[in-house]
Each structure stands twice: as C-alpha cells, then as structure tokens.
Design a protein around this ligand. Structure first.
Ligand code: AMP
Length: 617
C-alpha cells in the first residue's frame, strides 16, 4: 500500500480477492462499501478536517467571528462545527471566490483560501457558461481523480472483466500549462492530471495501459493527437480492452475523423510510417518509436473499412477492436445527443457511463456499470468534499406572473441540507466545501436523488441550473431544449429513411427582433428536403411545453422559432474557436445556447437556410 490510497484503504490490512477483480480493486470496493455505509458521519468528519486545517484563512476568518471574538474551531467537536459552519458561512457562488482566486493567481502568498499554499490553478472548461474560470487545484485534486478512476474501474471489472496488462484506446488531450502573473501553474484539471504521477499510478493499479504515449496526449494540437490515438489504437487493436474519453463527444469526434482518415491510417500501418500531417516533432518521434510495418493488420483494417463504410460505419468499433469489452465515457447531460451515433458505431457493445465531477471537485462514481447511460446514477463519494444539497422545486405555472428580469432559472429553493438528509425523487443543487479552498460554493448543476448505495445518495444528473432559453416569461433549460431537438431529429431521420442525421446543435434567444424568438442551429449529415426541415422547425416550436413559452407564442409575444441549417463542419469550427481560446478537446462541451458574439458570427456566417415555424399560425 502506498501513501496515495484513501486513508480508510490504507488502514485495511487484508486484501479481498473477488473473482475477476485484482487485489487493489477488491480493496477499493471494500473501502467504498465502508465509507458509503457511514456516509453522513464521514461527511461531518470531512468538514471538520477541512475547517481545522483552514479556519485561520482570510476567507473563513471573517465569518468565524462572534462579535469580535474568534470562535475556537480547533477545540470544537465535529458535529458542533458542522452546525456552526452552515449557520455562519454563507452559500456562495464562483463569482464570490473570484477576487480571492485572482489575488492568488497574481502572487499574493497570504493564507487566503487555504492554509497550504495553492501552487496550481485549474481552468474549468467554460463551455457551459461561456467563459473559463480559475479553480484551485492541489495534490488532493489529483489524488481524488486517481481514486475516482480506480474506484469506478473496480466496479466495472466486476461486471465487465478485462485482461490484466491490456490496452485502453483513450481519446485524451491535455492543453498547455502556463504561468499566471504570480507564477502559479495554470491549465485544465485534466492537463494537470495527465502530467501528474497519479496518471501513471492509475494505469499500474488498474493494470491497463493507454495506447498513446504522453507525447501524443500533450501535443497541443487535437487533430494531430486524434490521428495518433487512432493509429496507435489500430496498431494495438488486438490488445485494446476498452475505448474511452472524458466526454463522449471526444469519441464521436474521433470516429467522425476516422471516416475521413482511414486510408492514411492503413497506409501508415502497412509501411510503419507516420503521415506528414503529424508535425509536432516530439509526437512524431514517440509514435515512430512504437509502430512497425504490419501488412496483414493493414489489410484486415482496410477490409473492415470497405465493408462498414457502405453501412455508414455501423458496428465499426467491435469490428476493429474485437477484444474491446465496452466503451466508457461521460454520456449524460449535454453529452446525451451523441449517444445515438456512438450506439451506431458500437453495435451493442456495452456503453458504460463515466463518473460525475467538475474542476471544483469529484462528486460521484458509477457503481452500476451495466445501467444504460440514460438512467445512470453516481454514488457520492463522501470523502471527496463536504456536500450540501439545496432542495429545488419547480415553479407551478403561475398564470400571468410578471417576468422578473433577474430570475434566470425556474426553481424555488429551500434551505440546504446535509447529505444524510436527502430524499429519493427530490431535485437539488449541490454546494461544495472542498479541501482546495471553496466554502459552500454552488456548483450550478441540478441533480436528482435516484436511490442510495448503502448510506450515500446516488445522483441522476438532470441539467445545468441556469436557464438557457428565455425571451420573456418563458423558461427553458438545456434539458427542455434537448427533448425538443430529439423529437424533431426523429422526424428528420424517419422522413429521410435514415439518410439524414443530426450532427450537433445549439441555440440562442434572439432579442434583437420584435418580438424575440428562439433560433436553433442544426448541422446535419446527409440530405433532407426543405419540407422535412420545415416540419422539424414547426415540430420543435410546438414541442416546448413550458407554459410561459406556450402562452407567449399563442399571444405572439414570442415570434415563430427559426431553424437554421448550417454548412458541414460548422461545429468543428466552433470547437477550433474554443481550442484557440484555451479549452481542450477532452473538456469541450458544445454550448447548447450561446450569446458569445464570436460563436454567433460563425453560426450566422455558416447558415445555409432558415426555416420559420408555422406552429401557432
Ligand atoms: P468542468 O468544470 O469544465 O470540468 O465542467 C464540470 C461540469 O461538467 C459539471 O458541473 C457538469 O455540468 C458537467 N459534468 C461533469 N460530469 C458530468 C456527468 N457525468 N454527467 C453530466 N454532466 C457532467
């Protein structure tokens, strides 16, 4: 055992050997069974540890005063501390921490948020909110990433055993690490993780090794890295035990590229060469050191590609990777629209939904790997952070309610409760108190408690809390938009005999026209007649069930929905735009709604046709 293991694991002296899972995996499972059984008490202890380590920091000091007296945190017992903390420290959001984090980034070395100095900052993707945020990253962050991955690997192994020493085809990408004004290292959380010792330890512990060397993961050019990931994945095709990426968008994007690149890939495998499109010298060197000419493999791949190309690449994955047991990636939330294409490539190979976390903290692990992505839940790991749950209730349709311009969501909330008090079926927003200096910080996600794993809740990810489409009294979330788009894309497919397919979508509420209206952008693959696209537009308009929207459409205070059809490759341009601004592919989530002028410019410039809904006419 070593110093990286969770404390409870370290104190376990005997190993469990459970059929197909290795010693370490058995140990991880036993550890989680223990901590999840006493999740409430573990949470109280976790908060106590965070506060005893950090109660002297500037941010906490101002709240932990009674009159002018400092509260003696060091002497308090854990339960008293929990009730004191939640009564005196306010709920906050990332904006509240921004000035503090900025001072740290600028080189202020006082104990501002944590007692231990923060030397690294993570950049959250910003693709959900449109702007990247700095979040503290510490050794604890890398360790919990390791724990998340090894724990979920342990649960997966019980259901889908894999061969020890096998390979993983991982579409992973790290971005640049750079220095802030104050000399701190900054980059995305995954960038820090791939560069850390923990990434290497994870491979050893799970006895599965990524096909690509670090030079490919860190090349900094996602197109070149994708080519090399594919090449090495094919080169080791018989050893690949599963295929993965952080978010499933990464896998779908890689296979869409494969559709264009396969001839070049086969050529490289046949001759042991590397396409001249790979320009990063270190990556070239590292890949060429691995691959050797393999004629028979190249012919096998060519044969498969010729066979599946005519079936629009149906079943590509199991054909090319005959020993792959499953595909593993985050498939929930804004990733759900990519599932259809993934299922097409995977032809029945199990799809295992990846875990739940954010740059702020890991939250939960998928302990039921066989559950379909649509119904997956994440068991909260109570040692990662102190989690509070803010109950959310959806507004009843208050007829004629005046629109509050400041209200940007559709919920009424109640007082936060601890993990031990959550109820099945209730929706919540999570607030986090972390080992990295965030105190009662709202995460902005809506989750629903789907059940319990021992004493810890299993969460369904519902959506980002912020409303994404609103013109006046209407309120629609990402999930509402997703449902509407799914309905219409079904028409697209059925009326074109599966010839046309939705590649990706986004939207915005156009307030520049009178009345304002929803604009939805689609990129489609294949051909669709105008009359089909016209019905898709009308279908979407009619499918928004939000009362505010329906009433506004009926009274024409919101105009007809517009469906804009984009030219091929528009979403790739959007991805490139994000990457050029510092996001990495591994972290990228297509914004489902945008006010970003740069993106709107791309979208408008790439619009080929506009279909105005005739619903409510
Ligand atoms: P970032 O901080 O850029 O890593 O983004 C974190 C956000 O990604 C979370 O707050 C969620 O909105 C989303 N996310 C992370 N994991 C999942 C998951 N398993 N399912 C759905 N959304 C997720």
């Amino acid at each position: 055992m070593d110093k990286h293991e969770p404390e409870t694991v370290r104190s376990t002296s005997s190993y469990v050997n459970n059929g197909n899972i290795n010693d370490h995996e058995g140990d991880m499972i036993r550890w989680f069974e223990e901590v999840s059984a006493k999740a409430g008490a573990v949470q109280t202890e976790v908060l106590c540890r965070i506060l005893k380590e950090n109660f002297k920091v500037e941010y906490l000091k101002k709240w932990l005063l009674v009159g002018k007296e400092e509260i003696n945190v060091a002497e308090m017992d854990a339960c008293a501390l929990e009730s004191l903390f939640t009564s005196v420290v306010p709920l906050s959001s990332h904006e509240d921490f921004e000035p503090f984090i900025q001072r740290i980034a600028d080189g202020d070395t006082a104990s501002i948020l944590t007692q231990q100095p923060i030397t690294t900052l993570s950049l959250s993707s910003g693709t959900t909110e449109g702007r990247q945020k700095f979040v503290p990253f510490t050794r604890h962050s890398a360790q919990t990433t390791l724990e998340t991955f090894t724990l979920s690997a342990a649960y997966r192994s019980r259901v889908y055993p894999i061969r020890e020493g096998g390979k993983i085809l991982e579409f992973i990408y790290s971005g640049n690490q750079f220095k802030t004004k104050g000399g701190l290292i900054a980059g995305t959380a995954t960038t820090h993780y791939y560069a850390s010792e923990e990434f290497r330890i994870k491979q050893e512990r799970t006895k599965s090794f990524t096909c690509s060397p670090y030079e490919v993961i860190s090349a900094g050019d996602y197109k070149q890295s994708t080519y090399c990931h594919l090449l090495l994945g094919l080169f080791f095709s018989h050893d690949v035990e599963f295929i993965t990426s952080a978010f499933v968008y990464g896998i779908v994007q890689a296979f869409r590229s494969f559709e264009e690149l396969w001839r070049d890939l086969c050529n490289d495998i046949r001759h042991g060469t590397l396409s001249s499109r790979i320009k990063v010298p270190k990556m070239r060197e590292a890949v060429l050191e691995i691959i050797t000419a393999n004629q028979s493999l190249a012919s096998r791949i060519e044969g498969i590609c010729e066979e599946v190309e005519v079936m629009d690449w149906f079943g590509l994955i199991p054909k090319l990777w005959p020993n792959a047991k499953y595909v593993y990636s985050i498939m929930t939330g804004s990733m759900q629209p990519y599932l259809k294409r993934l299922r097409h490539y995977a032809n029945g190979l199990p799809l295992v939904s990846g875990d739940y976390g954010s740059s702020e903290s890991w939250i939960g692990v998928n302990v039921d790997p066989s559950s379909p992505p649509e119904s997956v839940t994440f068991a909260v790991v109570p040692t990662f952070s102190y989690f509070e749950f803010i109950p959310l209730y959806r507004h009843k349709h208050s007829c004629g309610s005046s629109h509050d311009a400041a209200a940007d969501d559709d919920f009424v909330e109640d007082k936060p409760i601890p993990l031990s008090k959550v109820k099945v079926g209730q929706e919540y927003e999570i607030a986090l108190t972390t080992f990295t200096g965030l105190y009662r910080c709202r995460l902005g996600d809506v989750v629903e408690v789907g059940g319990f794993h021992n004493g810890t809740p299993k969460l369904n990810f519902i959506c980002r809390r912020k409303l994404i489409l609103t013109v006046n009294i209407d309120k629609n979330t990402e999930k509402d938009l997703q449902a509407v788009v799914e309905k219409a894309s079904y028409i697209l497919q059925s009326q074109t005999n599966n010839n046309a397919e939705l590649v990706d979508f986004t939207s915005y509420a156009d307030l520049t026209t009178q009345p304002g209206c929803y604009v939805i952008f689609w990129e489609i693959k294949g051909d669709a007649h105008d009359h089909v696209l016209q019905s898709c537009s009308t279908e979407m308009d009619a499918a928004f069930v939000d009362y505010g929207y329906v009433v506004s459409r009926k009274t024409s205070s919101i105009g007809p929905l517009e469906l804009c059809i984009l030219e091929k490759g528009t979403f790739k341009k959007i991805l490139d735009c994000f990457v050029a601004n510092g996001a990495t592919l591994g972290q990228f989530k297509t914004p489902r709604c945008t006010n970003n002028p740069l993106l709107l410019n791309i979208l408008h410039a790439c619009t080929l046709k506009i279909f105005r809904s005739t619903a409510y006419a």
